[in-house]
Design a binder for this molecule. Structure first.
Ligand SMILES: C[S@@+](CC[C@H](N)C(=O)[O-])C[C@H]1O[C@@H](n2cnc3c(N)ncnc32)[C@H](O)[C@@H]1O
Length: 222
């Protein structure tokens, strides 16, 4: 998979994309991530990419030309262009699975007060990572890249994400590791039994209990 990210602040991605699973996925050739500063595409003699809003109001607005030209230079037949915006569809694990099957994703990070409304016309999808407002789309792009990359075949074992919360209707089951007793708290006996059928049943029941307590809405999912 190839991911292009349009951002005015490319250095923000340095640490996040060079650690842990994303780093490994890049080294394995599972994902190729390219950060493009769309300021390099501006026709403005002073390198500007933003301007004051028509009609007045606070802040600066990203102009269409640099983003239009940057997307044009990157877009292929198999590309999916995604605008990161707080008024977009709220991003979910089901969308992460869908994106993990794409060959090429282009993520557009807004900044300042936002972007010229006409930029929406060149996008295939608009995503928000939640009902709050970030300074820019960079952290939203990192969230999407991270959640999609770990689903690419061969990056982590399939078993580890199939049981994850939001992969199905249930939240993940509780997990324990050594020591067997810690500060008086014991690992449930069944997990030490070696009886895989009983362990699977225990985990299912715990997942169900947790989901009913914390996120009953998930049980109504299609
Ligand atoms: C300060 S925000 C602009 C907010 C805009 N005035 C509004 O209220 O919808 C600047 C940029 O950050 C990004 N952004 C902010 N919050 C986001 C969110 N929840 N999800 C995705 N992107 C977000 C978008 O790219 C947005 O254009």
């Amino acid at each position: 998979m190839r991911i292009d990210i349009l951002s005015l602040f490319p250095e923000m991605f340095n640490n996040v994309f060079n650690e842990s699973i994303i780093k490994r996925a890049k080294e394995l050739g599972k994902v190729d991530i390219n950060i493009v500063n769309f300021r390099d595409f501006t026709n403005d003699p002073h390198n500007k990419v933003d301007d004051t809003p028509y009609g007045g109001g606070a802040g600066m607005v990203l102009t269409p030309q640099p983003i239009f030209d940057c997307v044009k230079s990157l877009r292929k037949d198999n590309s999916l262009v995604i605008l990161l915006t707080p008024d977009g569809e709220v991003y979910k694990q089901s969308r992460a699975y869908e994106l993990s099957h794409k060959e090429h994703i282009i993520l557009i990070c807004g900044h300042y007060e936002g972007f010229d409304e006409r930029i929406r016309s060149i996008c295939d999808m608009e995503l928000s990572i939640g009902d709050y407002v970030l300074t820019g789309g960079e952290m939203a792009a990192m969230v999407i890249v991270d959640s999609v990359t770990r689903l690419l075949p061969g990056v982590i074992t399939e078993e580890s994400h199939l049981n994850d919360s939001f992969s199905g209707k249930l939240l993940d089951y509780p997990t324990y590791t050594k020591p067997r007793v810690y500060e008086g708290m014991e690992v449930p006996e069944v997990l030490l039994s070696g009886d895989h059928k009983k362990i699977a049943e225990y985990r299912y029941q715990e997942s169900l209990k947790k989901t009913l307590e914390r996120r009953p809405d998930l049980l109504d999912k299609e």
